[in-house]
Design a protein around this ligand. Structure first.
Ligand code: GDP
Ligand code: IMO
Ligand code: MG
Length: 428
């Protein structure tokens, strides 16, 4: 069976990119199935850092073919920018990267709509501002959407934009008197030029992946975002607009679920979240507090927007829930080194809702914001663990922490990460 999925079990930024990169060598294809340039996956190889937003992490592995599936939303300038920056570093993607002709295209009017809605005082989601939500809205609404394949036909593209842009301008003007207006001909020319750059990469990736399945190629499906940001099962409405759980694979690539035999749930040793929404274990304890210390040591600032990430203790209730939703077979514990030097650590093992202990994760955000975490306190360690390469190199308290998390989640731990570099990894 050929497919492995790497999925985040928190609110994103669990270091999925590092796990995809670590596994990359043993696979033929790395496939993105959801999201767009709202993702930010950083991989560090021998001190050199690669930051990928739209392109799959597989692009930095020489023997891997990368695929942007139909479930992804594509902003062409970003695609070109990432490709050019890799080319400068000597990575040529010709014949090694494909993008689905069925993937939907993000236009500047999507970003403008998001900017206007997010600058209001109410209903803020704290999005990345990349036009993700409005583009997925158009996809589901059908009438005003444009797919990558349509960019390649200049006359068709112009006609579609002539129909869509006046509508968008009306909506934008109604939303805000300061909203920008767009010109269909100008957009058609701009996107026509992008299309010339994209053309060699575009194909029906579902057909391509089906051929790859027939020749027993091995796949990694790389999730963007985290399970708690999944549009159906996450902390709605403070979620993204796509299926980040492995359930997104079938719809987002055309590869049936029966081909995915291994699901790796990626877990940060604590929790982070960017944007609005409930976060029961958040350490919101001021500039001298533990939260700020973890944020500084863990460099918890968004890759995409540079926003400080909110941080807090590991929430085993949430991770047990997302491990079940994603069908995870194992978990990886990332950024463990960030917790070094804390005398004691807390793990959330339960919730109280209105004074009553509850044994489940309420994924309704309006309920979740009312829960109080119940903590178990465990000893910390003071040693630097960034040079540990096997479990036996770790202090006893760090090993106990890993064992306790595994026990609470109910899954084995297959990887422990003790630093950003590919080398700073313990394969369990
Ligand atoms: P992703 O979106 O899930 O791929 O995660 P991000 O790349 O956005 O965030 C994870 C960050 O942590 C990146 O900057 C990584 O380079 C870094 N990182 C990964 N693993 C470790 C680790 O074990 N320790 C530390 N200190 N940093 C890590
Ligand atoms: P990776 O793949 C963390 C968050 C945003 C916001 C919400 C909706 O790097 O883990 P959107 O722009 O998607 O409409 O924003 O989702 N968000 C992420 N948070 N990591 C990500 O991706 C995220 N992608 C979106 O901050 O709260
Ligand atoms: Mg990220």
């Amino acid at each position: 069976m050929p497919g492995t999925c790497v999925v985040g079990l928190q609110w994103g930024d669990e270091a999925k990119g590092k796990i995809v990169d670590l596994l990359g060598d043993g696979f033929d294809l790395v496939v993105r199935y959801n999201g767009g340039a709202n993702a930010g996956h950083t991989v560090v190889v021998n001190g050199k850092s690669f930051k990928l937003s739209l392109l799959p992490t597989g692009v930095i592995r020489p023997n891997v073919t990368s695929v942007i599936g139909n479930g992804v939303v594509v902003y062409p300038p970003r695609f070109i920018e990432e490709m050019e920056s890799l080319a400068k570093g000597g990575i040529d993607l010709a014949g090694k990267l494909f993008v689905s002709d069925h993937a939907h295209v993000i236009f500047p009017y999507h970003m403008e709509e998001e900017r206007v809605l997010e600058s209001g005082t109410e209903g803020k989601i704290g999005t990345t501002g990349r036009g993700i939500g409005p583009c997925y809205q158009d996809k589901v609404g059908r009438r005003f959407a444009i797919r990558v394949g349509e960019l390649l036909r200049p006359e068709h593209l112009r006609e579609r934009l002539k129909f869509i842009v006046p509508h968008k301008n009306k909506v934008l003007a109604a939303l805000s008197s300061s909203a920008k207006a767009f010109d269909a001909d100008q957009l058609a020319a701009e996107y026509g030029a992008y299309a010339d750059r994209l053309r060699p990469f575009v194909r029906d990736t579902a057909l391509y992946l089906h051929d790859a399945l027939k020749s027993n190629k091995r796949f990694i499906f790389e999730a963007a975002q985290g399970s708690l940001l999944d549009v159906d099962h996450g902390t709605f409405p403070f979620v993204t607009s796509s299926s980040s759980l492995p359930s997104g694979i079938w719809g987002g690539t055309g590869v049936p679920a029966k081909f995915v035999h291994r699901i790796i749930g990626v877990v940060k040793a604590y929790t982070s979240r960017v944007g609005q929404g409930p976060f029961p274990t958040e350490l919101d304890d001021g500039p001298d507090g533990l939260g700020e210390r973890i944020r500084k040591i863990g460099r918890e600032y968004g890759t995409v927007t540079g926003r400080p990430r909110r941080v807090g203790w590991l929430d085993a209730v949430a991770v047990r829930h997302t491990a079940a939703l994603s069908g995870a077979d194992e978990i990886t514990i990332m950024l463990l080194d960030v917790l070094s030097g804390l005398p004691e650590l807390k793990i959330c093992t339960g919730y109280e809702l209105d004074g009553e202990r509850i044994g489940y994760f309420p994924s309704d955000a309006y309920l979740l914001e009312r829960v109080k975490p119940v903590y178990e306190t465990v000893p910390g360690w003071s040693e630097d663990i960034t040079k540990a390469r096997s479990l036996s190199d770790l202090p006893a308290a760090a090993r106990q922490y890993i064992d306790r998390v595994a026990e609470l989640v109910g899954l084995k731990v297959s990887v422990v990460s003790v630093g950003p570099d590919r080398e700073q990894t313990i394969m369990v």
